[in-house]
Ligand binder design. Structure first.
Ligand SMILES: Cc1cc2nc3c(=O)[nH]c(=O)nc-3n(C[C@H](O)[C@H](O)[C@H](O)COP(=O)(O)OP(=O)(O)OC[C@H]3O[C@@H](n4cnc5c(N)ncnc54)[C@H](O)[C@@H]3O)c2cc1C
Length: 432
């Protein structure tokens, strides 16, 4: 009996634990292989920004990277860690921090697709004196980092005032970096202007999927103090930025787009769609999403034309048209179709939805077969009027009733704006 207690039971327990562990590992590998092959099929193999590269000769397949990645971008195949879903990786670096053997390093770009990063000095100033860059535009894609960089850049800017200029600093962008910089500018008593192309603040977070859980870290905001948060919903994060704006009285000129920067006589001339301003410094906190591409159709200036969908419920019961063939177009059309009474048409000039995520394609096919979305391929928008839109397909014009038009035609990336301003931009290919 004693033998049973001392030897057989522990041995059995160990054997059961080992078998359970092997089964869990096998299941995890199988799921990793499935996601990896889907990634290959869809061609979504290139990460957008900072991402992990694993050294298989060091990796011991512990799986900590898989467990700690909040975006579920990591997997294990053949006993080694691998970035199985590069398109959802946002460069948290949680995988690298979790790896017990230091097998993961974080890099920009890949051998196949280079990533352009503007060169900045330790104070976030570019090679053009007076032009600073903070946040994701500089390559570091995390909210907390963007906030820190916005504040830090402002410390140098605060020492560079020039009475000749209209402003000490013009901050471009009202995402986390731009909001933090604006708070710091107000705290330092600078003559500042913050411009934002959208009609509201929050930056890229506005484009997160609904109710996405945002992983971040506590931050210290000028004029506000410590904000303790680690996991917060997208909606609460946006609400937080609105509260910050209301409580601190920071001012932001919304619906104002930066178009060009020019250096002249020690000042920077900031060209916007609302006028040209002279400033001693500019902080570019414009992220990497760029400026929404316009259709170039007559009537596009009408207020019913939007370049992103935030609250589909406000278009309940309306005739809605979505233009585009990427994930954001499909997601916008599907979200609108979920609203009772909304008539949704999706038009795309291509013949197929080439590079969209499989779940979006499947949901779109189902919505189309159920008659919930009217999909028109090889079709373009010719003319936009207050109550209808004229579409063109292979030379044939058709009018459809319309109350809202969402254009999801991608963005014009900010790098050409930087290069035109003389800012040095480096292309990185995954090297350290
Ligand atoms: C799907 C997704 C999920 C993510 N999840 C997380 C997460 O959980 N945790 C985390 O830390 N990070 C996350 N990130 C990354 C995070 O959103 C970014 O790192 C962060 O928003 C960068 O802040 P930013 O201020 O640099 O730029 P942005 O937030 O991109 O803000 C830039 C602002 O500049 C404006 N702008 C751009 N061009 C112009 C112009 N020409 N004129 C005027 N205004 C202009 C834009 O409209 C925008 O409001 C995620 C990103 C994505 C895409």
């Amino acid at each position: 009996m004693q033998e049973l207690v001392y030897f057989v039971f522990p041995a059995l327990t160990l054997a059961v634990a080992a078998s359970l562990y092997r089964r869990a590992r096998k299941a995890r590998e199988a799921s990793s292989v499935a996601i990896w092959s889907e990634t290959q099929t869809t061609g979504l193999t290139e990460p957008a920004s900072l991402h992990p590269v694993l050294d298989p000769s060091v990796c011991v397949g512990a799986g900590s990277c898989v467990i700690d990645c909040p975006e579920q971008a990591m997997g294990i195949i053949d006993g080694k860690g691998i970035l199985i879903n590069p398109s959802v990786c946002i460069g948290h670096g949680a995988c690298a921090a979790a790896c017990p053997v230091g097998a993961i390093r974080l890099v920009f770009g890949t051998a196949r697709r280079g990533m352009e990063i503007p060169a900045v000095d330790p104070h976030f100033e570019t090679n053009v004196r007076g032009i600073f860059i903070a946040g994701e535009l500089g390559g570091m894609g995390l909210i907390r980092k963007a906030v820190d960089q916005g504040k830090q850049a402002m410390q140098t800017i605060a020492k560079r005032r020039d009475a000749r200029a209209d402003f000490d600093v013009i901050i471009v962008g009202a995402g986390p970096a731009g909001i933090a910089a604006t708070l710091a500018a107000k705290q330092a008593g600078l003559r500042y202007m913050t411009i934002e192309q959208e009609t509201t603040l929050g930056g890229t977070a506005l484009h997160y999927p609904r109710r996405k859980i945002v992983m971040t870290a506590p931050m210290d905001l000028p004029l506000v103090g410590k904000v303790a948060m680690r996991e917060i919903s997208k909606e609460s994060l946006i609400e937080l930025w609105h509260d910050v704006m209301a409580k601190t009285g920071i001012e932001i000129s919304f619906a104002t787009r930066l178009e060009k920067l020019e250096s002249a006589s020690g000042l920077i001339r900031v060209h916007t769609d609302k006028g040209i301003f002279a400033t001693a410094n500019v902080l570019l906190a414009i992220g990497r999403r760029g400026t929404p591409r316009r259709l170039g159709a007559a009537g596009e200036e009408l207020a019913k034309v939007l370049y992103r969908l935030i609250e589909p419920e406000q278009f309940r019961g309306a005739n809605a048209l979505v233009v585009g063939g990427g994930d954001s177009a499909l997601e916008a059309a599907l979200a609108l179709a979920d609203e009772p009474g909304t008539q949704v048409t999706l038009v795309y000039r291509g013949e197929t939805f080439g590079r969209v995520k499989p779940p979006n394609r499947e949901r779109m096919e189902a919505a189309c077969s159920a008659g919930r979305i009217d999909v028109r391929m090889k079709t373009e928008v010719l003319h936009i009027a207050a109550d209808h839109v004229t579409l063109m397909r292979e030379g044939q014009q058709t009018d459809i009733p319309n109350e809202v038009l969402i254009v999801c035609a991608g963005g014009i990336l900010p790098m050409s704006l930087l290069k035109d301003a003389g800012i040095r931009v480096e292309t990185r290919h995954g090297e350290d």
